[in-house]
Design a protein around this ligand. Structure first.
Ligand code: AMP
Ligand code: GLY
Length: 425
């Protein structure tokens, strides 16, 4: 089969690495890709927001299956457009992608279907929102509707802070003024990410993971797109995974089918594991980044048939096999990230680093400059490793990091610390 992956990050590199290894793959393309993905696939300089251009490429290159990485194109309806043009595609329709695109839609769906999540209210104007906050008190969580690249959430510890967040969101502090905000109770517990593959009718669990969002060691400093992750999340026991499937994932799949928007693709549930059990923080309608990088390392089975079964509505009797190992990834970012940073700095030692036992390096933001690999973004490399334990995976990942010569980059030195503390108990 000829396969096209859309996207250019570490997530897409991990997907390309796995799909390139499938015996079903004849030719693999990725648009636009990066320097690491180019080792697995032919990179194509396509503007993926231009659906007509993507469809034209699928025609000329006789693409049999398209795998969409990021949420932007999914929420813009690229799967609908590709399918209408006759190209089988992995991912949800525009209608089903509202699970990520609209917090209000998801919260209402949870309420109607008794899916556990924080109590909430939706607001279109600032004054009633502030009244609600004053009545409820803090801590309280203020969220802008719509895609905000992770910046649309304020966990306010005081009423004043919540009021300021409401004004900021309605006044356009996130770029464009929010047309609606959701205010919800603050949940207390441990966070985990859970991934399930859905085919419109049913779902199968993939794996769990935890990520480190803060830029600094000890989980300090500003939020980022993620500085590292590991899988599985120790808190996600077999019993907890089953509860998530029964209480959150299956009811969601059933509800969307009933609403006429069957969900196909990956459901990525951001969870709070509270003393009363798992609660949904939010849904994403795509693979996580950098969680996918560690999940792909743990997947023993061929990924491609599973993605095709998701598209074809054939997951009912599908089974995936996993390595029992843990996997961990350390993100290497350009100095200055998540603030301003320079691009184009040279990275060396990657081949050496990749020799470390159990290590796989996925590129998040790189490009070729002559014979050199250079940084081309904020998050630049995912140095991943598999091991018998999170501690062992961490040791291998940092052994590889130490072989990479990139004076303009940095990473956290404590990825996985919580899981390792738990392991050593
Ligand atoms: P989101 O973009 O919805 O994933 O939110 C970003 C982060 O804000 C989450 O990873 C949580 O750490 C936090 N958060 C969001 N909603 C809540 C909530 N209701 N209670 C506590 N923390 C939350
Ligand atoms: N790692 C979080 C995300 O992919 O949104």
């Amino acid at each position: 089969m000829n396969i096209l992956i859309l996207g250019s990050g570490g997530r897409e590199h991990a997907l390309a690495w796995k799909i390139a290894a499938s015996p079903l793959t004849t030719k693999l393309y990725c648009a636009p890709g990066n320097a690491g993905i180019a080792q697995e696939a032919e990179c194509v300089a396509l503007d993926i927001t231009d659906h007509a251009a993507v469809i034209a490429f699928c025609k000329t290159s006789k693409i049999d299956f398209v795998v969409v990485g990021p949420e932007g194109p999914l929420c813009a309806g690229i799967v609908d457009d590709l399918e209408a043009a006759g190209f089988k595609s992995f991912g949800p329709s525009k209608w089903a992608a509202r699970l990520e695109g609209s917090k209000g839609f998801t919260k209402d769906l949870c309420k109607t279907n008794k899916i556990p999540t924080a109590a909430y209210e939706r607001f279109k104007r600032a004054e009633p929102a502030k009244d609600y906050v004053r009545k409820h008190g803090a801590p309280i969580v203020v969220k802008a509707d719509g895609l905000a690249a992770g910046k649309g959430v304020v966990v306010a510890s005081t009423v004043t802070e919540a009021e300021a967040a409401i004004d900021m969101m309605f006044d356009g502090g996130l770029g464009t003024p929010a047309w609606e905000i959701v205010i919800e109770d603050c949940m207390v517990g441990e966070e985990a990410s859970f991934f399930a593959l859905c085919d419109g009718e049913t779902a199968i669990p993939l794996a769990s993971a935890q990520d480190h969002k803060r830029v600094g060691d000890g989980d300090t400093g500003p939020n980022t797109g993620g500085m590292g992750a590991y899988s599985p999340a120790p808190i996600m026991t077999q019993a907890m995974n089953q509860r998530v499937m029964d209480e959150i994932i299956f009811p969601t799949v059933r509800a969307l089918k009933k609403a006429g928007a069957p969900f196909k693709g990956v459901l990525f549930a951001g969870l709070m594991i509270t003393k009363d059990g798992p609660q949904l923080i939010e849904y994403n309608v795509r693979f996580g980044d950098p969680e996918t990088q560690v999940i792909m390392l743990r997947l023993m089975s061929d990924l491609l048939p599973a993605l095709i079964a998701s598209r074809d509505g054939q997951l009912k009797n599908f089974d995936l096999r996993w390595y029992p190992d843990a996997a961990l990834t350390v993100v290497m970012a350009a100095k200055g990230y998540p603030g301003s940073y320079t691009k184009g700095t040279v990275i060396e030692g990657l081949a050496d680093a990749a020799q470390v036992e159990g290590v796989e390096i996925f590129h998040a933001g790189t490009r070729m400059d002559g014979d050199h690999i250079v940084a081309n973004g904020g998050r630049v490399l995912n140095v991943c490793a598999r091991g018998n334990s999170v501690a062992q995976a961490q040791q291998s990942a940092y052994a590889a990091v130490d072989k990479i010569k990139w004076p303009d980059g940095f990473c956290r030195r404590d990825i996985g610390w919580q899981a390792i503390a738990r392991e050593s108990k």
